[in-house]
Structures are given as C-alpha cells and as structure tokens.
Design a binder for this molecule. Structure first.
Ligand code: ATP
Ligand code: MN
Ligand code: MN
Length: 372
C-alpha cells in the first residue's frame, strides 16, 4: 500500500520513520542535541528546529554513518550548517562547538535553571540577565516581591495546542523546593507501581476506567522524568470527564498522595480542545513509603478521543509535531483531542491506536519506534 511505501528512513515526516530509543549513530545524535539545546536556550527557535529535524532524521537511519556523502542523503541533513558539523564529527569523532558549549558557564547555568518545572528558556535568560547563577539566586529572586510579576512559561513547545495552560507563579517555588526529588529519574518499575496505585484509587470512585501509561515510558525509556497516564471510561461524556478529573485529584489530595496540583485544565476549556473532551491534571505525587515526590500527569479523555490522546501523549514531541504536519498535508487536523477534517470540521473517530494511524494514512509504528 502507499502507507507501507511511505515508511522509510528518508521519509519527510518523523511519523513515517522508525526511530528507536538508541540508534546506530547515538553519539553523533547526542553531540548534535547539545547544539540544539543551546539554540533553544538562546531563543533561536529556527536553528533549534533545524537541528531537531536533522537529529530526528539521523535517529531513523539504520546504519552507522560513514561519510558526509551518506549523511547528505538524509532528510534535513543536507543543509550546510548541519552537514558541516557532521563532517567535522565524522573526521574527528567530535564537534568542537559542542565541546566549547559544554565547557561554558552560561550553558550549564541555563540548563540548570530550565530543568525547573515552569522555567523555560525565556525565563532562564531573564534570570541569567538579572545575574542569577545558582538555584539559590533564583530562590532569592522569586522571594523578592519586585520580581513577582515575572512571566512564567511551560517548558514544552506544543504549538497551537493548549495555549491556555499557564503555570501558576508559585509553581516555580514549589518545583525549586522539590528540586532534589524531581530531578531523580523514575525507573520503569516505579512508573508501574505509581500507575497501579493511582488506578486502584480511581476504581474506588469510578469503577471500570481504562488507562494507558504513555510518555517516555511507553516509548521504552528506562527512566522517565514524569509519569503520564491517559484515562477514559466507556460511559463518560465531556462533563463526566471534567468531573472525574476534578473529583479524582481532590481524593488523591485528601489522601495525601497528591501533594501539589500544578495545573488543572478542562474546567472552563476556552480553547482548541472541542467541548472539553480532555481534562488534565498536572500534579506532584508522593509515593507512600519512599516519600519521594514525582511529577504525575493525568489526562482524562472521552472514549471517542482516547486513542488520539494516547498517541499524542506517547510522543515523542517531534513525532507528535510531524503527525500534525502530516495530517495537515492530508487536509486533516490531528491533536490529542481528536482528528477532524479541515474542509468541513467533521470529526473522525479512531477506535484503536492502529486506527489513528490508518485514518492519517500512515503505516502503524510501534511506540518504541517513536523516539524521533
Ligand atoms: P519525560 O517525561 O521522561 O521527560 P516524555 O516524552 O514523557 O519524556 P512529556 O513532557 O511527559 O515527555 O510529554 C509526553 C508527550 O506528551 C510529549 O511528547 C507531547 O507529545 C505530549 N504533551 C506534553 N505536554 C503536553 C500538553 N500540554 N498538551 C498536549 N500534549 C502534551
Ligand atoms: Mn513524560
Ligand atoms: Mn508529562
């Protein structure tokens, strides 16, 4: 079929390529990722995206790259900037700019600041410009009431989706206080343990819910930065979904399992998500016994958009971005809250994950191959 034919390492969109967690050119990818991150931290989005595309393209290449000639054939690598550094890497095993970035103070500081939930590259730059160099400086900065009005960003680039999500300011203080816990990665076993506990609690207030652990866990990452769970109930409409999200986070809070609620959306839902078919709670979960704080994202979806939500929240961010672009090229609109035809805004319902790919005219790609 045409969908099958489209699945190729040199395809245009990441959602048409198999991208394993670790690829044959992993070291090159990691050195390029430093350049990409440095561009992001410098607010040079165009250059960052260009590197991100080159990286995603290399991740899908099934052999170790031996020559610039070989590299040049890959989508998004032909550009002279990327090709130049790749050439240097192939010759010396190193990229000199990567080395100098890693040795510089500014990159290290900005990386540390932007690792705090609520601090994105923009805020990190402002903090740096205001002479903050350590997290202690940042804490002091936010304690000063003169600085209270500083705008706070969410550290993801979800394009048009969920522009209404804002991280409340006090969140920086919370994430700063919990920094030591939140910076410890979560092993798969603990992700599963938390999910089991969460679903057990949910069963008490609403029996019969279905869930999928999404995010990096589902893509096979051995350790995650947070836990993403997509939840639905066969009989829930949009109202019930919002209610459940609210009720459930209340219950978890009362039980002391959720210690902080960062964002709760879907309540008034003014934006893109049609009729609030998705409700989200970004929380901090405290694992009894260990007492360790973990970021836990709960995404409640009505059954009709459950599978698009699962695909959306499985990521990767680049895979998801290209799913949208690919959909657009087919006159469809894809995001976590569903698939619609652009021409008449009619909704197309996916009844399984495979269905999502089929509707978009894509070959199915296993979650562990979505690490673009
Ligand atoms: P890790 O959590 O280990 O850093 P991850 O890939 O799970 O890695 P997340 O930030 O948890 O990263 O996001 C998982 C996926 O969910 C992303 O790839 C993205 O597609 C989607 N996502 C994240 N935030 C939003 C949001 N606010 N709205 C819609 N989708 C989102
Ligand atoms: Mn995650
Ligand atoms: Mn998450």
């Amino acid at each position: 079929t045409s969908a099958q034919a489209a699945l190729s390492p040199s395809a245009k969109y990441a959602c048409q390529r198999q991208s394993p967690l670790v690829c044959p050119n992993q070291d090159l990818v990691e050195q390029l990722a430093v350049l990409k991150r440095a561009r992001e931290l410098d607010l040079n989005w165009e250059s960052a995206l260009s590197y991100a595309r080159a990286i995603a393209s290399i991740k899908a290449y099934p052999r170790k790259i031996q020559s610039a000639k070989e590299a040049r054939k890959l989508a998004y690598v032909g550009d002279k900037t990327e090709l130049k550094v790749i050439r240097e890497y192939l010759k010396s095993g190193q990229i000199s700019e990567t080395k100098s970035i890693l040795e510089g103070e500014k990159y290290r500081v900005l990386m540390e600041f932007s690792s705090i939930y609520g601090i994105g590259p923009m805020t990190a730059q402002v903090l740096y410009a205001r002479r903050c160099r350590t997290l202690e400086d940042v804490k002091r900065f936010y304690k000063d009431p003169d600085n209270a009005a500083l705008e706070i960003e969410e550290d993801d680039d979800d394009e048009d989706e969920e522009k209404n999500v804002r991280v409340p300011e006090r969140w920086i203080e919370v994430s700063l206080a919990l920094k030591d816990d939140l910076s410890i990665k979560i092993p798969r076993r603990e992700v599963e343990q938390v999910a089991r506990m969460v679903m057990h609690e949910l069963e008490e207030i609403q029996p019969g819910c279905l869930h999928t652990i999404a995010g990096g866990y589902r893509r096979g990452k051995r350790e995650s930065n947070d836990i993403d769970i997509v939840i639905t109930h066969p009989a829930a409409d949009a109202n019930r979904v919002r209610e459940l999200c609210q009720e459930f986070t209340d219950v978890l809070s009362k039980k002391g399992l959720v210690t902080h609620l960062m964002t709760l959306t879907g309540q008034h839902s003014p934006s893109s998500s049609p009729a609030g078919v998705i409700a989200k709670a970004f929380t901090i979960f405290s694992l009894p016994g260990s007492g360790r704080s973990r970021r836990l994202d709960l995404i409640f979806a009505v059954p009709d958009v459950y599978w698009t939500a699962v695909v959306g929240w499985t990521g990767s961010t680049m895979f998801q971005r290209d799913l949208r672009l690919h959909a657009k090229s087919k006159d469809l609109k894809f995001d976590s809250s569903g698939i619609t035809r652009r021409t008449d805004e009619s909704v197309i319902i996916a009844h399984s994950e495979k269905d999502v790919f089929e509707i978009l005219g894509l070959p199915y790609i296993h979650p562990t191959m979505r690490n673009a």
